[in-house]
Design a protein around this ligand. Structure first.
Ligand SMILES: Nc1nc2c(ncn2[C@@H]2O[C@H](COP(=O)(O)OP(=O)(O)OP(=O)(O)O)[C@@H](O)[C@H]2O)c(=O)[nH]1
Ligand SMILES: [Zn+2]
Length: 356
């Protein structure tokens, strides 16, 4: 930015000088793919478009969408009251899914600049699924998004001491890994204030299996929301999951992403050698494996297997790791095959060096 008071600054043109263009910074809260709703820092919603330039840049970095909800943008305010995006602020993080029908490793950005991704699980109905939680945590680690766990339907633990104990085991495990854990009940209000505090002023993802009580919990946090609650079959044609556009909606002074594809919050595009690094408790041991590309399942001299034996890593988490490793290996194989197929179908002169 040039300083207008500096002697080098160009003099304002006299005569028919147009007014200085109006600009604003804001948050992208909705995307249709061609129009974006931007909530400006003054609190106004402006419908904005992006210039072709950003699309081209996105092509080169292999993303299918250049701008996503959660992005902070500078817009030029046009005379027709729409906006033109001039600048996208660097992202803190981004949650992506594999882009359908595109190159094997290209990504579709779902939401950016997340303060936290909450995995919502029910204690029962449906029962807590630690494998789901671990996949979620790994996906969050891979995207540099702080994660947390909400154990909803805490009321169902009333009078069930053994179930209570089991749930406390999981809560302590995830807490010991650095993930905040909240017990909540949309039914009794337990933990709802704590969850509201956690969402306030933040951009969050609230994700979890169908029926865990995500809508009920958000309604409890902010009664003005009035999200549809109920059986999956009753919800198919209404409620928040019918939206085909990525949206951030306001919840108790914060923003929560409601976005197609958010349920696929999963692991993709990683190599088997990388996976261990996304298990936070593996990290202190990773450098001690005999082989630098150790996948910690069959190799001799593996520090992770030793750490499991020494009870520094729980068998539950190691078991999750092994399961994920299988699926990552299968994905890596099919990506490789797709790469080869694509290369085979191209004329020789277009061949390029394999990536990495
Ligand atoms: N006992 C009890 N039931 C709850 C609680 N929270 C939600 N439920 C019930 O669980 C069912 C599913 O709740 P929803 O809020 O629709 O769950 P959801 O996670 O939003 O489900 P999807 O939209 O399908 O992903 C409803 O029958 C709710 O009344 C809770 O804390 N305790
Ligand atoms: Zn190892």
């Amino acid at each position: 930015m040039s300083d207008p008071s500096s002697p080098d600054a160009p003099l304002p043109a006299s005569g028919d000088a147009p007014e200085a263009p109006k600009e604003a910074w804001g948050l992208v809260t909705r995307s249709t793919g061609s129009w974006y709703t931007v909530r400006t820092d003054d609190g106004e919603d402006v419908q904005a478009r992006i210039r072709g330039k950003f699309r081209l840049e996105a092509e080169t970095i292999d993303e299918t969408n250049p701008l996503a909800v959660g992005d902070r943008v500078r817009i030029l305010l046009l005379e027709d009251e729409t906006g033109m995006v001039q600048e996208i602020a660097p992202r803190e993080n981004q949650l992506s899914r594999r882009a359908a029908g595109h190159r094997a490793r290209s990504e579709h950005v779902i939401v950016t600049n997340l303060d936290r991704a909450w995995c919502v699980q029910a204690t029962f109905q449906p029962k807590l699924n630690p494998g789901f939680v671990d996949r979620f945590m790994v996906a969050a680690e891979a995207s540099h998004i702080p994660a947390g766990l909400v154990l909803n339907k805490a009321d169902l633990l009333e009078g069930e001491p053994r179930a209570q104990e089991a749930l406390e085991f999981w809560a302590e495990l995830y807490e010991s890994l650095g993930y905040p854990v909240l017990f909540t009940s949309a039914e009794t209000g337990e933990g709802v204030d704590a969850f509201r505090d956690a969402l306030e002023g933040k951009v969050s993802v609230v994700s979890g299996p169908s029926g865990a009580g995500k809508s009920s919990l958000l309604n409890a946090v902010d009664p003005e929301l009035d999200l549809v609650v109920g059986e999956v079959s009753e919800k198919t044609n209404k409620g928040r999951h019918t939206t085909t556009f990525a949206t951030l909606f306001q919840v108790a002074g914060g923003w929560v992403a409601d976005t197609p594809g958010i349920r696929e919050f999963g692991i993709w595009g990683m190599t088997p050698e990388e996976l261990g690094g996304y298990f936070v408790e593996f990290r202190p041991f990773l450098d001690d494996c005999r082989y630098p590309n150790c996948t910690h399942d069959h190799e001799p001299g593996c520090a992770i297997q030793d750490a499991v034996d020494a009870e520094h890593i729980t068998p539950e988490r190691y078991g999750s790791y092994l399961q994920m490793l299988e699926s990552v290996r299968a994905d890596a194989r099919s990506d490789q095959e797709a790469d080869w197929r694509r290369r085979d179908s191209r004329p020789d002169e277009e061949w390029d060096e394999p990536e990495d």
